[in-house]
Design a protein around this ligand. Structure first.
Ligand code: FMN
Length: 346
């Protein structure tokens, strides 16, 4: 159904047509990230990717949630006082969701994946009608049960190790926003709950990690952080630099109002306990501050999203990273098979 290796959608810049097409041309699979883009930009990226590869690829969309009723004024004041850049307008938006579905119906791709919730049965039927497969990200058995109701082709199971936003459907206001399961635990629990192909995501940066989740029953592994440093990715230079440092990662909703795993910087330390659970309003509020920090070369107020194992991410072009992961995966599987049954490998 999918190649074993999937380059994750990474909204906010890292995902580019070059990264996705490079993955596809190297025998892997990639997702463009429609999040935060205008519908026109999504259509443009799809067209460009189709120029760069004849292989199948997917597009990921954020499902809009309920508008939070949290009071944003205190956080707004703190941001104004501390950062000297006017925070952005905290208006709720649906990230142009209906228009993006229209773009995907008019410009069909192999797979449409959804994060932060479950699409409507009508949207799924329309996308299926133009030949797209449907994938939904889940982080728990409960979400898997709800996602399974609309009959997706596969689920992407995201463990708490994963970089950037948790795919949780509802943010309960706790630091992780909802129960946080490690990837292997989540795979075990979800596979016992629904009978669907599972794509595993979270903290996978080595071929042996990919072998581990395939052994645990996943049909493919989706890696984000492992590809953040590829030259084809649109990752900001200061973000790339920080990935060579030694910062811890932590959940924070300081940047967006929704729990996400980021490298710990001063913004995370100062604001994680203060930020209201209000996505995407907080994301809009902090956008000018993050942009000013990037312009000034200050990583301390940028959202440096990364998975727990970022320090072990491979280096190289997307084709080189795909080839390395494939070699490592095969070596890991061979080595376990040999250890279990030395005679069969002679
Ligand atoms: C910078 C960044 C941006 C991301 N953006 C998205 C996104 O737009 N949509 C999505 O479904 N997942 C997104 N993810 C999460 C990935 O789909 C995946 O769950 C995660 O990368 C797996 O963990 P890893 O980063 O440790 O490989 C993003 C991850 C990163 C690192």
């Amino acid at each position: 159904m999918f190649p074993k290796l999937i380059v994750a959608p990474m909204a906010g810049g890292p995902s580019t047509p070059e990264l996705v097409a490079g993955a596809a041309n190297a025998g892997a699979y990639g997702f463009l990230a429609a999040g935060y883009l205008t519908p026109e930009a999504v259509a443009g990226q799809i067209a460009l990717t189709k120029e760069l590869t004849v292989e199948p690829f997917g597009v990921n969309v954020f499902v809009p949630g309920e508008e939070s009723t949290a009071d944003l004024s205190e956080y707004q004041q703190i941001l104004e006082l501390v950062y000297g850049t006017e925070p952005g307008d905290p208006a709720w938006t649906d990230d142009h969701y209906p228009a993006k579905i229209d773009v995907l119906v008019d410009n069909p791709v192999d797979t449409v994946s959804f994060t932060f919730g479950v699409p409507s049965a009508d949207d799924v039927a329309e996308l299926r009608g133009v030949g797209s497969k449907i994938v939904i990200t889940v982080t728990s058995p409960d979400e898997a049960r709800r996602a399974a109701e609309i009959g997706p082709d596969a689920l992407c199971v995201q463990g708490f190790e994963a970089g950037a936003h948790r795919g949780i459907f509802v943010d309960d206001g706790s630091p992780s926003g909802a129960p946080a399961y490690g990837l292997l635990a989540a795979l075990r629990m979800v596979s016992a709950t629904v009978d669907l192909p599972l794509i595993a995501a979270g903290g996978l940066v080595h071929g042996a990690d990919v072998a581990a989740v395939l052994t645990a029953g996943a049909v493919a592994a989706q890696l984000g952080t492992a590809f953040l440093q590829c030259p084809e990715a649109g990752t900001q230079p200061l973000h790339r630099e920080a990935l060579h440092g030694t910062r811890e990662t932590a959940f924070t909703r300081a940047f967006s109002g929704r729990p996400a795993r980021a490298l710990v910087n001063r913004f995370v330390e100062a604001n994680s306990a203060l930020a209201p659970a209000a996505y995407p309003q907080v994301n809009s509020m902090t956008k000018p501050i993050r942009a000013a920090a990037a312009k000034e070369g200050d990583p301390e107020a940028m959202s440096l999203y990364a998975g727990q194992t970022y320090a072990y991410a491979p280096q190289g072009t997307v084709a080189e990273v795909v080839a390395l992961l494939d070699t490592q995966m095969r070596a890991a599987i061979r080595s376990v098979a040999t250890a279990l049954d030395p005679a069969s490998q002679k």
